[in-house]
Design a protein around this ligand. Sequence first.
Ligand code: FAD
Length: 405
Amino acid sequence: MTSGMQTKPYDFVVIGGGLVGLATAWALLQQYPGSSLAVLEKEPQVAAHQSGRNSGVLHSGIYYKKGSLKAQLTAAGRTAMLAFCDEHKIKYEMTGKLIVATREDEVPRLQPLYARGLENGLALEIVGQERIAEIEPYVCALQAIWVPQAGIVDYGHVARALAQDLAQAGAEVHLGAKLQRFVRKNGILHLHTSQGEVQTRVAVNCGGLYSDRLARQTGVDPGLRIVPFRGEYFRLRPEAQHLVRGMVYPLADPRFPFLGVHLTRMTDGEVLVGPNAVFSLRREGYFSRDFDLQDTLESLSYSGFWRLVLPNLKMGLGELMRSGNVRVFARDVQQMMPAVTAEDLLPARAGVRAQAVDKDGKLVEDFRFAHGDGWLHVLNAPSPGATASLAIGQHVAAQAAELVN
Ligand SMILES: Cc1cc2nc3c(=O)[nH]c(=O)nc-3n(C[C@H](O)[C@H](O)[C@H](O)COP(=O)(O)OP(=O)(O)OC[C@H]3O[C@@H](n4cnc5c(N)ncnc54)[C@H](O)[C@@H]3O)c2cc1C
């Protein structure tokens, strides 16, 4: 038993101090007033992984199928995130985003995306070259979709503010507390952590890159596996930052929506370029040299991994070529912004996406949740999970009713 943790069972313990875990904890306190709650985060700070290593985009929700959880929770989450930022004086900017068609064959593909965005309630414009030049003077494209409802924010700042709110509301956020194993006795979960044992009636798995492994330990077959894809970024050198005003995205391949190097002006003025997507040999591996035997074997022994990789070898090799290769990155960017040169690109950080892949090798598109035996699980919350986090939290907390009643 660690000093800061209570001896009697908590009502809720949330595993994971990323945005989804913190937002879920907050929603549980709202939906079950007076309950006792702790968050366990294995790292010395919150948002150490995906939540603090992303593109910082407040997504509009243009890409998601109408009625899907992604479409619903992104719209609700973005509204809630803006209100949260206003309330906590966290800087954000609705810069808008330009999705560009640079080749003739891409132009007709703008239309279905535009229609989907309208279905999702967005006010969009299809714009020609004159208007593109007004919005982003250095972009060279034939046509584009202008999405005014997209913006940027510092999600690390959001996570820290959420953790503070939780502490003020009487919840406990334990840092450096890694869940190692657990047993369930008489309806109480005994969680063994790196800081000692803690008991709870309900535990919530918001373990991000490790959420599938934790779910399997609880006896749930999630029907999917997290396959880690590292996303590496460059940044524009200060002298080139003026080339980008907001966000410039290529038209995504609908089969691999997270592919396609884009440019994003961050709230501090820095312009991120990327990310690519390379299979990572370690779930929390931010460098190409990072390797973990268990993580690698788990991916390589999974039939879904091979069903994803083998038919898409060409695409995978292309992404690998781009890894750390400034010339290849620059060539991609130049298709949209010819003025950017390889000399303008400086190395920047990387993030790893917790992308769930099903047994047939398909990327699990929608957010996915499960519950049972005292556990709630967040099984798939990739991008736009940061934008949607506050709404995801409300959604997960509502499912707790099935466990507490
Ligand atoms: C490269 C990249 C770019 C992205 N860009 C965007 C974007 O622009 N906009 C957007 O909306 N979304 C974006 N996303 C997605 C977004 O970052 C995620 O959807 C979101 O952060 C998921 O939050 P999370 O809390 O589920 O995961 P995480 O932030 O990864 O948190 C999980 C936490 O669980 C902890 N944990 C795991 N196991 C244990 C254990 N056993 N005990 C205790 N703690 C544990 C981990 O340490 C971690 O802190 C991006 C993601 C990546 C990787």
